[in-house]
Design a protein. Sequence first.
Length: 49
Amino acid sequence: MTHLVIVSYFLVNNLPNPFINAIVPTLGFLLSTLSLTLFKEIWIKKSKS
């Protein structure tokens, strides 16, 4: 879904290679979302100490 939204934005604004260039922000969003669980666990462990 994220990739489709970014591709749509790139197409509307006539940016070059929208399908390939949309991969970078999509991966960044995915990695940041996945890493939240790790940081949450670390935060909880430190706050219990």
